[in-house]
Design a binder for this molecule. Sequence first.
Ligand SMILES: [Zn+2]
Length: 300
Amino acid sequence: MPAPRSVSRLALLALASCATSITVPQLDVLNRSLEARTVLLEEGFSLYSPFDAEGTASYAKLIAEEIKRVAAALEAPAGKPVVAQLVAVVGGPGHTWRSEGGKLSGSGPIRLPPLHGLRGAADEEDFVVWVAPTMHFVTGPDGPEIRWRVREEMDRDTIRHEIAHVFLRRLGVRDKLWLTEGVAEEIESMVPEGANLRRQPLPAGIEIPPDLVEREGLVRRVLALAQDADKIAAGETPPDLEGRLLARALVRFALERRPGSCAEVVRWLDARRASEILALEEEFRAWLRSLPPPAPPGPG
Ligand SMILES: [Zn+2]
């Protein structure tokens, strides 16, 4: 079967991707991982998967759920079907996947490309998520072999995050990395409630060290959020987790303080000039100081 999507199509995806500017090494990983895949054409999305039909079905269900939830949260109009691609981080050329009773196992050459924290990319039509089925070892007649089990729930957060990027881009929110990442991180953290998402109660995982809260130029730090996905994937620079956390906190602060729905607040933030966002510094800091402490870990 010819590959349904060409290298140039993937190159376009890479150039337009939100979180990334993926170049040849990642495209190579992507293309090689597209072997022996299942293609599902569902209402609202297409799914390209390296797994067989059974191994793909649970991902399809999850993606359908999350597209509905994120579209509702961002009040995104129905648009073109979203194109979703799963890339297994374990596999490689000649590697095949098969499912038995919900367990996914692989055979053939194994390659495990390290991505150093890079988990997905999106533009306004597509998203790609690197998925890592849980690995476990069993002993076969020829010695130890490695098998994987589908753990798609582990990838739900990342999938929702990338879907948020797709809809944000469709809504025209695209040029401010701090805003797109902050909103995607906040949506990722939300709690599903049927077809909707609700905010987690505060502090909602927004745990900013006290010395950082008091640091000067907190909002400037958020606005300066930048990342080089190639360097992250290569392990040359770590993801800016502190900047992303602060960006999410600033988005959450606006959601708490501004009237209107999540989508209205996002549009309001997008329409602000940098000077207007910078002017929020002291109010933002006071809000961070006021956050309740994180709940102590429960038993077990
Ligand atoms: Zn992102």
